[in-house]
Design a protein around this ligand. Structure first.
Ligand code: SF4
Length: 339
């Protein structure tokens, strides 16, 4: 069954089937897919051209750029995008060492309610459709192309919990990693989760070729529940079991830990984290808390951050600080909130 509506959420095979159903030889799918996802210009051959002209209103997902905010350092720009129904999401383009990373949203708002997160503070509005996820990447790709670059990495770390919108996220990734279109290598895709256990297990079962970043932030259920309410539903023991399952399929696993001053940034927290992760092949990303108006936690002090990192390193884990990008435009982790 081929979805009705815009074609930019369709995989190559689905797009070819859609053309065939409309009486166009599916051999034209390559030109159309390239045009939709790789900015291919060029003239279409007559059958495709006729189809394109007849269907132009329903081929692409509408995603209007409402506002662009660029960071002072020039590395990051955030775009507020309006969906067809007027709801808004944010997509962020970040440059690291000259390589561009797109950070995409998967939901309008989020149901997970993490207390430090601006998106969580909005509540859940709705899931994005595959075409709406792909359309964010298309908008950012156009910016990249104008600079003579292309998007190298995708992080599903914008608004929403991607694994709560599993099917749409996977469908969009299948489109965006297709070599005939946007061609982002699957190994350059990271899905971020706050610990959606059924989603992690499904990724493992399906042997998804993407990296997974699990936001832990606390090493006991009691502490974690205070920051991440869904820990009540999927407690740490279950979450770590799911991580082991994911790791067993040889996916790359990252642990994200937001450092909140006086809350989870002591050497004791680091030791307990190391204990919890023992036996897992993980890379730990430390993220100094990004300020949001709805959470009164503070950013961990520099000395405590270094001590935390040192303790984990001594326990044998690779640990890096995730580079803070775009804090001045509220495009850092946990700061996206459609406004
Ligand atoms: S941190 Fe992620 S999962 Fe938690 S509320 Fe924010 S967007 Fe949702």
């Amino acid at each position: 069954m081929i979805a009705e509506g815009p074609c930019d959420g369709l995989t190559f095979v689905e797009l070819a089937a859609r053309l065939e159903r409309d009486g166009v030889n599916p051999v034209h799918a390559a030109a159309l897919f390239r045009h939709l996802h790789a900015g291919g210009a060029g003239e279409f051959e007559p059958p495709l051209k006729r189809w394109w002209e007849a269907k132009s209103a329903e081929i692409r997902t509408t995603m209007e750029v409402v506002k662009v905010t660029a960071s002072a350092d020039g590395w990051t720009s955030k775009r507020l995008l309006a969906c067809g129904d007027g709801r808004q999401v944010e997509a962020v383009l970040m440059g690291f060492h000259g390589r561009l990373t797109a950070c995409l949203s998967t939901q309008v708002g989020c149901a997970m309610g993490c207390v430090f997160c601006a998106t969580g503070q909005m509540g859940f509005q709705r899931h994005l459709r595959p075409g709406e996820i792909v359309a964010q990447a298309r908008v950012l790709s156009e910016v990249a192309r104008a600079r003579g670059q292309r998007i190298r990495n995708l992080v599903m770390m914008g608004m929403g919990e991607p694994l709560h919108n599993y099917d749409a996220t996977m469908q969009a990734l299948a489109v965006m990693t297709d070599t005939r279109g946007m061609n982002v290598g699957p190994g350059r895709v990271t899905i971020s989760t706050v610990g959606h256990v059924p989603g992690i297990r499904k990724l493992a079962r399906e042997r998804a070729p993407y990296s997974l970043a699990v936001s832990l932030h606390a090493a006991s259920d009691e502490e974690r529940q205070a920051l991440i309410p869904v820990n009540r539903r999927w407690p740490l023991a279950e979450l770590l079991d799911a991580c082991r399952e994911y790791e067993a399929h040889k996916g790359r696993l990252f642990i994200a830990w937001t450092l909140v001053d006086g809350v989870n940034d002591s050497p004791d927290h680091a030791r307990r984290l190391a204990e919890l992760l023992r036996g897992l092949d993980v890379h730990i990303n430390l993220i100094p808390l990004n300020p949001t108006t709805g959470f009164n936690g503070g950013t961990s002090r520099a000395a405590r951050q270094s001590e935390f990192q040192k303790t984990l390193r001594e326990a044998g884990f690779p640990v890096t600080f995730r580079q803070a990008r775009g804090l001045d435009v509220a495009a850092g982790c946990g700061q996206l909130a459609a406004g």
